[in-house]
Ligand binder design. Structure first.
Ligand code: MSP
Length: 491
């Protein structure tokens, strides 16, 4: 059995979940479920990033102790993911005792390797992004990533010899062309690494809300070092049983944190003598109705409200279907409603409803030669999913949904009877059965509902071939309901 280890970023608890974090988590869940469907031994990790200046400040604003604040906020994430049917195997919090002691042990290893030395940091700091920035990196005096104010920092700090790992990193990229995925994101990072790496600050003296640096208790460990280690602390590095899942097969992240994951993280792992992960996949960013999503603009989209309004599977589907592989995309409720009405209600819902109506009325034998297997290429879908291309995979599955609807129309099934009708129904039901297996990772509740109506057991990828149909039909109502225009929040 192949192992498969997939992770999401751990989210800052200063925000509650929004569609950005929900998107990453849903896409990762789809991939994790897909691998389970293929029979792999999967470990899927998500969690929360709870230390650092940003959290310290937010808890002060809330008038709470940081840990108390963290507890309240972390539970918002774990409960949101439950509502989204996320099947994570663990939920890591960086304030977990075990994580804290593993981070201390990890940084000690870097220190013992001679890769950490004392110095003084003088430069800029973006608190919302928890990032150190040089004068040259600033854009109009602000953070180049988020456009917010930066502040001048001058303090004693320990540094990690990132510069030492330039060649090793370039070798890693060279030997593993898909390490930085999608490929179009790799050029910029590789060029920056080729341009030379500066050692990075990895401790702070002015921030108390962090893990104590074991070599000097006046310092706390920089929040990004603490955060990245979650990917191995959750497996109980160094010798916990779950380390068999390492190296991670895929770290799924948003594009803005690619540098930390593709440069700093593997360099630290090299220093500690640990293998690099296999792939870092950066997806694009959602804008909302054409604008950047931000608290100050007041346009954060709440995934729980969305889900309560449209249903969890509709949102999971929309996430997978709307955002092209690795690119940016715009969220709009109008678009969401159009997809629900067109693709879920008309394409899939209608297909299942009319097919089961036909099948229920028919009392002959459901049997025939496979015809609808022609355009369906399960191997191709598998390849797309292995490449984390959920966008094209769902598109490919939808081709089969449309093909099946077209087949019913072309055959004018409602006019047939006897063996001829039995054969058409056979083709339609087998096609729907296979569709229900393939959409399972994307829309688990819908897949389950279809299977219940077909009267078939839970199946895996090996059952995606046309064979005999031996379900016991039990037709129910429609899978999805049409959304009226007036029901939309802003539509
Ligand atoms: N705590 C760090 C990650 C540490 S991982 C070792 C962090 N947290 S975050 O709360 O800011 O979450 C960032 C992640 O949320 C992004 O990488 C991305 O996955 C997701 N998104 C946040 N806003 C987003 C959009 N507008 N669109 C899509 N995803 C975005 O960074």
């Amino acid at each position: 059995m192949a192992k498969y280890y997939i992770t999401t970023p751990i989210y800052y608890i200063t925000d509650k979940p929004h569609i950005g974090t929900a998107y990453t988590t849903v896409i990762s869940d789809i991939i994790a479920r897909w691998h389970r469907l293929c029979g792999d031994d999967v470990f899927f990790l998500t969690g929360t990033d709870e230390h650092g200046e940003k959290v310290q400040k937010a808890s002060e604003r809330a008038g709470m102790q940081p840990k108390e604040f963290a507890d309240t906020m972390a539970s918002k994430f774990s409960s949101a993911w439950k509502e989204y049917n996320i099947t994570n195997d663990a939920f890591i919090r960086t304030t977990d005792r075990q994580h804290e002691s593993i981070v201390a042990e990890f940084i000690k290893k870097l220190y013992d390797a001679g890769d950490i030395y004392k110095g003084e940091y003088e430069g800029w700091y973006c608190t919302p992004d928890e990032t150190f920035l040089t004068e040259l990196q600033l854009k109009d005096g602000k953070c180049p990533e988020c456009g917010r104010e930066v502040k001048k920092v001058k303090e004693e700090s320990y540094f990690f010899r990132l510069s030492k790992y330039q060649d090793k990193l370039l070798e890693l990229y060279d030997k593993n062309p898909l390490f930085i995925s999608p490929k179009f994101r790799s050029g910029e990072i590789i060029n920056r690494v080729k341009g030379g790496l500066k050692d990075i600050s990895v401790t702070r003296t002015t921030i108390k809300w962090g893990i104590t640096f074991p070599e000097d208790s006046n310092h706390t460990i920089y929040v990004w070092v603490d955060a990245l280690v979650n990917y191995i602390s959750a497996l109980q590095w160094p010798d916990g049983g779950n380390m068999r899942f390492w190296p991670a097969d895929a770290h799924i992240i948003g594009k803005e944190i690619a540098w930390f994951h593709t440069v700093i993280w593997p360099a630290m792992l090299f220093s500690a003598g640990i293998d690099a992960p296999k792939k870092i996949f950066s997806h694009g960013w959602w804008t909302v109705e054409g604008r950047k999503m931000s608290k100050s603009l007041g346009n954060m989209v709440d995934p729980i409200e969305l889900k309560n309004k449209y249903g969890v599977d509709a949102i999971r589907y929309y996430f997978a279907r709307e955002m092209p592989f690795g690119d940016d995309s715009d969220f709009s409720e109008k678009n969401l409603i159009a997809r629900i009405n067109g693709e879920l209600v008309d394409d899939l819902g209608n297909l299942v409803y009319r097919s089961l109506t036909l099948a229920e009325r028919f009392n002959g034998r459901i049997k025939g030669a496979p015809e609808l297997d022609k355009g369906l290429d399960v191997e191709h879908i598998k390849t797309l999913m292995t490449n984390l291309d959920t966008f094209n995979a769902i598109e490919e599955i939808w081709s089969q949904v449309r093909r099946t609807n077209k087949y019913i129309n072309e055959k004018q099934a409602w006019k047939l009877n006897g063996e001829e009708l039995g054969s058409v129904i056979y083709n339609i039901l087998e096609s729907i059965r296979i569709i229900s297996v393939l959409i399972g990772p994307f829309m688990p509740e819908t897949a389950e509902k279809i299977r219940a109506q077909l009267g078939v057991d839970k199946q895996d990828i090996s059952h995606c071939k046309f064979s005999d149909f031996n379900g016991r039909i039990k037709k129910e109502g429609h899978l999805f309901n049409k959304i009226e225009k007036t029901q939309g929040m802003n539509a």
